[in-house]
Design a protein around this ligand. Structure first.
Ligand SMILES: Cc1cc2nc3c(=O)[nH]c(=O)nc-3n(C[C@H](O)[C@H](O)[C@H](O)COP(=O)(O)OP(=O)(O)OC[C@H]3O[C@@H](n4cnc5c(N)ncnc54)[C@H](O)[C@@H]3O)c2cc1C
Length: 640
């Protein structure tokens, strides 16, 4: 059987789902092929979305018109805004979700997207063809230069999918090998088949393949746990959520629980280290440093007598709990016996053991910022296959790959976000410029413009651009325009309203803020750390009326306006720096130099520049091994 599509996406994980819906919404006839339709957008590890820097990515996906935020809100069973003790640039939303409902909410979104078909099967081969791009003349020997381009895919069921654009989002499945103690099982995830042959057919095109690993903890039967021996951690019940659209959270909110390991637990785990695939040479590949297994924590922090564990619910109607902090690939009996030495787990029953998995990924420096391969035209890659880890990182890349596949077919310029515009822009620029030597996870520290990339303003940064290219809906755009107008009105009011000292001083004293010597503008009070629009409103009836006039999304708008006012100085300064750097971004250098021949560049710079072939001078300056003096050499040559 042969089927024809504009875009075919391989794998309905977090990257694949966003890629497929984005491409289809932009008008491309799209097919999403996945191994198991009942595992669409399965959260392989923790059923939680967001967290530090990751929460900002989800807000960006939502502002662009993607679905991860809405699906998370619809299935959230605990929501928290992390990092509240720090400035708003660091605030990061996180939600624990109902694992099963998350899958069905995503499936509903996919099945209601026009232009999108779904096919359950395993892709086993990438089909390519050669296009002659030009002739070159080497000493009277005329040769053709050819570029490979995608023409389709072949599946395990023998179906040929013809398509000019293919997006690979196969996650941890490519030649996946799971480890529990000395037991090794081929698989893409627990109880799921590995994806065989596809990796080899991609590598045969000249794409570099590497190997990485990750791991997950045991899942516990809640009926066997003594919750009275643990600390309860409630979620927040306020207005925050992920999507700028949609309804407030609807599912019942559940607590998480905190407990600790102890010396006896550590002793039992240490006794099993000779059987640990991480320490007996069985696993060679590199895992995420910042998400270590419990056995790695014991070895790295041997002085510590306890480690914190979070017991997190996996759903509203199941007894299954995820034990955050206890990722392990030690033998099953070691995992269970050690946990039984924690008082709350004395009668422990486990549903599934922890395990580690090794899988193939592709060198992301062989991709363009559009996430299209430099080697095979029409081939896009997104998610874990690019060496990242995390649902949010995958979903953000998926959306960009889906948009760019559709734009390529329509003959449009690629959609690329700058580093001062989004965390997704930072993520992709890091991947294609620096490559990866361990699973890449987003942190706020990776972004140089943190104050510009806040969770409250992703719509301000991205919705208009997305609407213009046809992805964000009219409804979303109108929603943003209304919010923008309300924020501007609040700011104008605070800038123009004068406060008299005699009138406000008693109230200021009660709020622990210094009394005024003379009158001032309201904005001067808003800038004070102890004062907020909400605690000032009862003191100033005109402000109270102004805020009460906002009917829709009142708290969200007030918070966004306040953050903008309080941090206006920092925001202005970061924008100025970003504009200066933008000058280097505007100098396009792709294809303008033969780096191998520029002797005044360092050897390392010559090699790295030739490999990455940067689009702009700014990208060149971010390549590790390219120094400021190398950039000066290029700038001088440009001027000549
Ligand atoms: C055991 C384990 C532990 C993890 N622990 C963490 C963690 O602690 N922290 C963290 O941030 N991330 C963790 N991850 C990674 C996280 O799951 C991924 O980052 C995220 O799911 C990647 O999304 P994705 O869309 O790229 O791929 P996935 O979510 O893996 O989805 C890939 C999809 O592609 C399908 N597929 C694969 N090959 C084919 C094919 N040939 N044909 C058709 N369909 C195919 C699969 O069926 C699947 O639906 C873990 C993953 C695993 C497996």
């Amino acid at each position: 059987m042969e089927l024809k599509f504009d875009v075919v996406v391989v794998g309905a994980g977090h990257a694949g789902c966003e890629a497929a819906t984005a491409a289809a919404k932009l008008g491309a006839k799209t097919c999403l092929i996945t191994m198991d339709m009942n595992k669409i957008a399965q959260m392989s590890c923790n059923p939680a979305i967001g967290g530090i820097a990751k929460g900002q990515i989800v807000r960006e996906i939502d502002a662009l018109g993607g679905h991860t935020g809405e699906v998370t809100d619809a299935t959230a069973i605990q929501f928290r805004m992390l990092n509240r003790s720090k400035g708003p640039a660091m605030w990061s939303p996180r939600a624990q979700c109902d694992r099963g409902k998350f899958i069905w909410a995503w499936r509903e979104a996919l099945e209601n997207t026009p232009n999108l078909s779904i096919w359950q099967d395993q892709v086993v081969e990438l089909l390519t063809d050669k296009t002659q791009t030009s002739h070159v003349n080497f000493a009277n020997d005329t040769r053709e230069l050819c570029q490979l381009h995608v023409c389709g895919l072949r599946t395990m069921l023998g179906v040929i999918f013809k398509a000019p654009c293919v997006i690979i989002t196969a996650g941890t499945f490519l030649n996946g090998l799971m480890h529990i103690g000395r037991t090794q099982i081929p698989g893409g995830r627990c109880a799921e088949l590995p994806s065989l042959h596809l990796s080899e057919s991609i590598a045969a095109c000249g794409i570099t393949v590497g190997r990485m690993k990750t791991g997950t903890p045991v899942r516990i039967d809640g009926r066997s746990v003594d919750f009275s021996l643990m600390q309860e951690q409630e979620g927040e019940q306020d207005f925050h959520k992920f999507s700028y659209m949609g309804e407030p959270r609807q599912l019942p909110q559940l607590p998480c629980w905190i407990t600790y390991t102890n010396e006896a637990v550590h002793e039992r785990l240490r006794a099993a280290l000779p059987d640990s695939p991480l320490y007996n040479g069985q696993i060679q590949s590199i895992g995420p440093r910042y998400c270590p297994s419990i056995e790695t924590k014991l070895v790295t922090f041997s002085e510590r007598s306890e480690h914190q564990l979070f017991l997190e619910p996996e759903g509203t109607s199941t007894n299954e709990y995820y034990l955050n902090g206890f990722s392990s690939s030690l033998p099953i009996e070691a995992q269970i016996e050690a946990l039984k030495l924690i008082p709350a787990f004395r009668n422990l029953q486990v549903y599934r053991p922890g395990y580690a998995i090794e899988y193939d990924y592709f060198d992301p420096t062989q991709l363009r910022h559009s996430l299209e391969s430099k080697i095979v035209e029409g081939l896009f890659m997104a998610g874990q296959v690019n060496g990242t880890t995390g649902y949010e990182e995958a979903a953000g890349q998926g959306l960009v790959a889906g948009v760019n596949a559709a734009r390529k077919l329509a003959g449009q310029e690629p959609f690329v976000m700058r580093r001062d515009e989004s965390y997704i822009g930072v993520l992709i620029d890091d991947l294609v410029t620096k490559g990866v030597d361990e699973p890449y996870r987003m942190f706020t520290s990776r972004a140089e413009y943190r104050i510009l990339l806040r969770q409250d303003d992703a719509d301000a940064r991205l919705t208009e651009r997305s609407y213009e290219m046809g992805l964000a809906s009219r409804e979303r755009y109108d929603h943003w325009l209304r919010k923008k107008q309300e924020i501007n009105e609040i700011e104008e009011f605070c800038n123009s309203y004068s406060v008299k000292a005699a009138y406000i001083n008693k109230g200021l004293k009660a709020l622990g803020s210094e009394e005024l010597q003379r009158g001032c503008k309201l904005i001067d009070l808003v800038m004070r750390p102890q004062l907020t629009l909400s605690n000032l409103a009862p003191l100033i009836p005109a402000l109270s009326n102004k805020l009460n006039s906002i009917k829709d999304r009142r708290e969200e708008i007030i918070e966004a306006a306040e953050v903008r006012m309080k941090y206006s100085g920092y925001i202005r300064r970061e924008k100025e720096i970003a504009e200066k750097i933008q000058r280097l971004e505007n100098i396009r250098i792709k294809g303008r130099f033969n780096y191998e021949d520029i002797q005044s560049l360092s050897t390392e710079a010559r090699q790295k520049l030739a490999k990455i072939d940067p689009e702009t001078m700014a990208q060149a300056s971010r390549i590790p091994g390219v120094s400021p003096s190398d950039i000066n050499v290029l700038l001088v040559m440009m001027n000549r």
